[in-house]
Design a protein around this ligand. Structure first.
Ligand code: 5MM
Length: 325
């Protein structure tokens, strides 16, 4: 059986990245409604089948993060999603958090939940064919935000989740996302990302999480989407790499970015520019959701005659990101 370190390295190596297809039922429903598709179980399943049966996806995608409902569904040919991914040489992952909920005493800030019963769920997910897991914490920038209590509550959750996953045999993707919402500057995003990542690695050490058996999934360091001074590609790339060098120990095998609401093309260009900021102690790759699947969903719109065109749209993004690496 592969070790945690071997699985983590497989997730981030060979110019491949991880596709995030783990939208919760409510998020997936609104994405489907956004393109005129009824938000039914069957349509969610069909859309996920479109993704995982995209030809040659394994050339650029090492793993796909699934939600609990997808893990239990089947493709039209009767295979489970993890079995179909295994046939393609792609690792199956599972989102194990149960969502970001309002944090008591911190107006407008959230803490991610899902620790209750997680040890048993990890055992079940391993039995269903998962090799890795994901937990996302969200940090907001704004007036008086983030508060120290929201940072500490969220990194505590991430570290306990990571420890439980490693104990049960899953590689944890540890995702502290500093949101792009707001008009803050690049410098403010860097400051907050630095504080969050420092707090995270302190907490991971406290919980004795093995750094060589995890993957970090951070935001790129960007200006808020409403900030009038938007930095250029090279500035985002250099600032992001500088921030990670200050905070992420070299034992971590790989850093797989979320896209966070950037356009697919911009996320890819930022990723490409970062490869020139080396030498780097870790692999720098992608774990995009919207920036990988957005064009495919827009193309498909629930129309069977656009199935192959939608798969080409996904393939194009995946190949572009592999090339950017
Ligand atoms: C695919 O979306 C993931 C699950 O979101 P919800 O639990 O809110 O439905 C999300 O965590 C995603 O993996 C990350 O945000 C990365 O996706 P983007 O679109 O930011 O690259």
């Amino acid at each position: 059986m592969a070790t945690l370190n071997e699985i983590a390295r497989r997730m981030v190596s060979d110019r491949r990245g991880v596709l995030a297809a783990d939208e919760s039922i409510s998020t997936m429903s609104s994405r489907l409604e956004g393109v005129g598709v009824a938000p039914t179980d069957e349509n969610r399943r069909t859309y996920r089948e479109l993704i995982v049966t995209t030809p040659d996806l394994a050339d650029s995608i090492s793993g796909i993060i699934l939600a609990d409902d997808t893990l239990r569904q089947e493709l039209s040919d009767g295979r489970t999603f993890p079995a179909a991914l295994a046939d393609m040489g792609i690792l199956a992952g599972i989102k194990v958090d149960t969502g970001a909920k309002p944090l008591a005493g911190a107006d407008g800030e959230k803490v991610t939940e899902g620790l209750d019963g997680l040890r048993d769920r990890v055992t079940e997910y391993v039995g269903l064919g998962a090799s890795f897991a994901k937990w996302r914490a969200v940090i907001t920038i704004g007036d008086g935000r983030p508060s120290e209590r929201s940072i500490r509550a969220n990194v505590h959750g991430l570290a306990r989740y990571a420890g439980l996953c490693q104990e049960g045999g899953l590689v944890p993707i540890v995702e502290p996302e500093v949101l792009m919402d707001g008009d803050h500057t690049l410098a403010r995003c860097q400051q907050v990302t630095r504080v969050v990542l420092r707090a995270l690695f302190d907490e991971l050490a406290l919980m004795q999480v093995r750094l060589d058996g995890m993957v970090l999934k951070p935001n790129m360091v960007v200006a808020g989407k409403d900030c009038p001074q938007q930095p250029g590609i090279e500035e985002v790339a250099q600032t992001t790499v500088d921030t990670l060098r200050e905070t992420v120990p070299p034992e971590v095998p790989g850093i797989a970015f979320l896209s966070g609401g950037q356009s697919p093309e911009l996320a890819t260009r930022h990723l490409g520019a970062m490869q020139n900021c080396g030498p780097l102690p870790w692999e720098l790759t992608y774990s995009f959701g919207r920036a990988l699947v957005g064009p495919a969903l827009e193309t498909w719109r629930g129309d069977a005659s656009r199935w192959q065109a939608a798969q080409r749209a996904l393939s194009d993004r995946a190949v572009a990101n592999a090339a950017a690496r």
